[in-house]
Design a protein around this ligand. Structure first.
Ligand code: ADP
Ligand code: MG
Length: 405
C-alpha cells in the first residue's frame, strides 16, 4: 500500500467545512465508526457543530479558523456547496481535502458545470451563458420559454426566474442584478432522478441505486427508491453518465448528479439530461441511512479516510419525505387565521402518530426555529415491498399535511 493511500483509522479526527444538516449526519456516521469530528461554521448553533467534538465558529475564509480546523483534523471535507473553494485550497496545503477545490469550483458555477458535462459527452439542456449585455442580446429565440438561473450561489430554486418573452428575459437579468447567468430552455419533464456515487483516491467507484425525485416549488419534496422506479435502461445510462462526470473531475468523495427525464417531445437525445451536480451527500440520498447497508454519509467517511469502498446494497424499498418548516405552520383547528403573530399557529407536527406507522424513521436536524421552506428534517419509510412503502408514506404525508404524490 502506498503512503498516499494509508487509511486514517478510527480514532482519527475528520473535519468538515459547513455545519448544516449534511455535516451533522456526516458527523453521526463518522462518530458511529469511532472517529472524532470537527466542524467549521460561523453559526454557534449549527446542527453539525452541536454534535461535534470540535466546533470552530469563524467565517469560512478566516485564516485563524482554517488553521485551527487543520490542527484538529487529519482530513477535511465539505458539506456546503457554496463554501469558498479558496478555503478548501488553503486547507489542501497541509492535509488531504476531498472533494478537491477544483471540483467544488466547477459545481459552484452553472456555466462551468455545463461545460464540464459537454466535455464528458453527457447530454445537457439547450442553454446560453449570459455574462454580458451582448450575450443577452445574442440569445437564440429557441431557448424561450426558459429558466434564467444565476451561475453562482443558487439552491432550492433560489436565484431562478421563468421567462417566456425577450422582454421578460431582459427584465429578469436586470432583476437578478446583471450577474453572470445561464438561460436554460424549459424542458418538458416526465420525471427527475439522481445518482449518488462515491469515488476513492484510487479511482474506485461505487453508487447508490437511482433515486426518483419529486420537487415542489424548486425544493425536493419526495424521493422514491425501489426496483422499477425508473426504467432499467434509463437507470443504467444515468449511472454511466454520473460516473463519466466524476471521472472527468478526477473526483474524490461523494458526488450527486441530478437528471431530468424528458417527456415525449423533448428534443434531446435519449430523453435523459444532466441538470447539475452537488459535490457532497445530497438530500435525495437520505433514504440510504435506513434502506441501504452503507449510507451516503458512511461513503463520505470512507472516501475521506481512504477506507475500502464496497458497493452499497439496498435492503428495503424506500420513500423519503422532506420535512420543511411549513409543517410547523399547518392550519390548526381553533387557530386564529387573522392573527398578526406569525408564530401563533406554530405547532409541533404529530410525530407520535407518524411513528405509529411501521417502517417510519424520523430524522430531525436540531434546528431551533421552523421557517417556511426551511429543511427541518426528513422521514424515511422502509417496507418489504414498494407498494407498502408508498402506502405508508402516503399515510404519513396525510398526517403531516404533505400533499399526496
Ligand atoms: P437548484 O440549484 O435550485 O436545485 P435546479 O437547476 O436544480 O436548481 O432547478 C430546480 C428545479 O427546477 C429542478 O429540480 C426542476 O424541477 C426545475 N427545473 C430546472 N431547470 C429546468 C428546465 N430547464 N426545464 C424544466 N424544469 C426545470
Ligand atoms: Mg437542483
Amino acid at each position: 500500500m502506498s503512503d498516499a493511500l494509508k487509511p486514517l483509522l478510527p480514532g482519527s479526527s475528520l473535519g468538515v467545512l459547513g455545519g448544516g444538516q449534511l455535516g451533522r449526519m456526516f458527523a453521526h456516521a463518522a462518530q458511529r465508526m469511532g472517529y472524532n469530528t470537527a466542524v467549521l461554521d460561523p453559526d454557534a448553533q449549527s446542527p453539525a457543530g452541536l454534535v461535534s467534538h470540535h466546533h470552530i465558529h469563524t467565517d469560512y475564509l478566516d485564516a485563524a479558523g482554517l488553521k485551527q480546523l487543520a490542527s484538529v483534523s487529519q482530513a477535511v471535507t465539505t458539506e456546503f456547496e457554496n463554501v469558498p473553494a479558496d478555503a478548501l485550497a488553503q486547507l489542501a496545503a497541509t492535509l488531504p481535502v476531498s472533494p478537491a477545490a477544483s471540483a467544488v469550483a466547477v459545481a459552484q458555477d452553472r456555466a462551468r458545470e455545463k461545460a464540464h458535462f459537454v466535455k464528458c459527452g453527457v447530454p445537457v439542456a439547450p442553454h446560453a451563458v449570459i455574462d454580458t449585455a451582448e450575450q443577452l442580446a445574442a440569445v437564440n429565440d429557441n431557448l424561450l420559454p426558459g429558466i434564467l438561473k444565476t451561475s453562482r450561489m443558487g439552491y432550492d430554486g433560489k436565484g431562478q426566474l421563468r421567462v417566456t418573452t425577450r422582454e421578460q428575459l431582459n427584465a429578469g437579468w436586470a432583476q437578478l442584478g446583471q450577474v453572470p447567468c445561464v438561460l436554460e430552455k424549459m424542458l418538458p419533464l416526465a420525471a427527475e432522478c439522481s445518482v449518488i456515487l462515491a469515488r476513492g483516491r484510487d479511482g474506485a467507484m461505487v453508487n447508490l441505486p437511482v433515486q426518483r425525485n419529486l420537487h415542489r416549488d424548486g425544493i425536493l419534496a419526495v424521493t422514491e427508491v425501489f426496483a422499477g422506479n425508473v426504467p432499467a435502461d434509463l437507470a443504467q445510462r444515468a449511472v454511466a453518465a454520473a460516473k463519466a462526470v466524476a471521472e472527468g473531475l478526477n473526483y474524490v468523495g461523494v458526488l450527486c448528479v441530478e437528471f431530468f427525464v424528458l417527456a415525449d417531445g423533448g428534443d434531446v437525445t435519449g430523453n435523459l439530461v444532466v441538470n447539475e451536480i452537488a459535490p457532497r451527500p445530497h438530500n435525495s440520498g437520505h433514504y440510504s441511512q435506513d434502506a441501504c447497508d452503507v449510507s451516503q454519509f458512511e461513503l463520505q467517511v470512507r472516501t475521506m479516510a481512504d477506507l475500502p469502498l464496497t458497493q452499497p446494497r439496498q435492503h428495503s424499498p424506500a420513500v423519503m419525505l422532506n420535512l420543511l418548516g411549513d409543517l410547523w405552520f399547518a392550519k390548526q383547528l381553533g387557530s386564529d387565521p387573522n392573527s398578526s403573530d406569525p408564530n401563533s399557529s406554530q405547532v409541533e407536527p404529530a410525530w407520535h402518530d407518524v411513528l405509529a406507522l411501521p417502517g417510519t424513521h424520523l430524522h430531525l436536524y436540531g434546528k431551533r426555529e421552523a421557517r417556511v421552506g426551511r429543511k427541518m428534517g426528513h422521514l424515511n419509510i422502509t417496507a418489504a415491498t414498494p407498494e407498502t412503502a408508498r402506502h405508508t408514506a402516503l399515510q404519513a404525508a396525510a398526517i403531516l399535511g404533505i400533499a399526496a404524490f
